[in-house]
Design a protein around this ligand. Structure first.
Ligand code: B16
Ligand code: MG
Length: 210
């Protein structure tokens, strides 16, 4: 193993609470039922695919233009909330583990579905930390398609066989498996049948990447 590719939301940081607030505001305005259980289904899923999941509970049909307006409105709320993030939102455990992996010589990359990845990394003080960033701005197919991880591997010049993917979402483990990557799962991702390593905590990566 020469490189580690990290998912962002749910692995490096926890923006799901902001996604929830922003989607809930939109859903309430439209009179669409939305709760934490539905929010859990949005993990690792692209913005437009997330909206389609939310609209399963809608009583009217929305045009493509209306859907694009709704996604933009949700994103504007979300980006406002992201402005409150700071380096204190990066845990000591994540910071320490990333630094130790770097000391051990691993290349480190991000593989996230989010189009706001670079802003989030900047807010956390990690704007220049990673060797490569593959995110929602450079892909056409979202997880469980492996594109985001294959691009990350390409950006750092390593084959999938030499990269470990770290994920919190089942869709992310599926994507890693489909791309020929080993994976380390956190939380519900450990339940996926194709996960290679089940982590109890982020720092357990130091046992996998010796
Ligand atoms: P955006 P990840 C994902 O991030 C989130 O888990 C998911 O809830 C979100 O819909 C997606 O990014 C797109 O985010 O609206 O910012 O482009 O887990 O792949 O890092
Ligand atoms: Mg995630």
């Amino acid at each position: 193993m020469k490189a580690v590719i990290f998912d962002l939301d749910g692995v490096i940081c926890f923006t799901d609470k902001y996604h929830y607030i922003a989607w809930k505001k939109l859903a309430d305005k439209e009179g669409i039922y939305f709760d934490e259980t539905i929010n859990n289904r949005l993990r690792g899923v692209s913005r437009m695919d997330s909206l389609d999941i939310i609209l399963e509970k809608a009583t009217k049909k929305y045009s493509q233009a209306e859907k694009e307006d709704m996604a933009a409105e949700k994103n504007a709320t979300y980006v406002e909330l992201l402005k409150e993030m700071s380096p204190s939102d990066l845990s000591d455990e994540v910071r320490g583990t990333l630094n130790e992996l770097r000391n051990r010589g691993y290349k480190l990359a991000i593989g996230s579905s989010s189009k706001n990845t670079k802003m989030i990394l900047g807010q956390l003080g990690l704007g220049d930390f990673f060797d490569a960033i593959s995110d929602g701005t450079n892909i056409t197919k979202s997880k469980p398609d492996p594109e985001v991880f294959l691009k990350a591997a390409e950006f750092i010049g390593e084959s999938p066989a030499n990269c470990l993917v770290v994920e919190d979402a089942k869709a992310g483990i599926q994507a890693a498996y489909a791309g020929g990557f080993e994976s380390a799962g956190l939380g519900e991702a450990t339940e996926h049948p194709n996960v290679t390593y089940k982590l109890k905590s982020f720092k357990d990566l130091l046992e996998v990447c010796k």
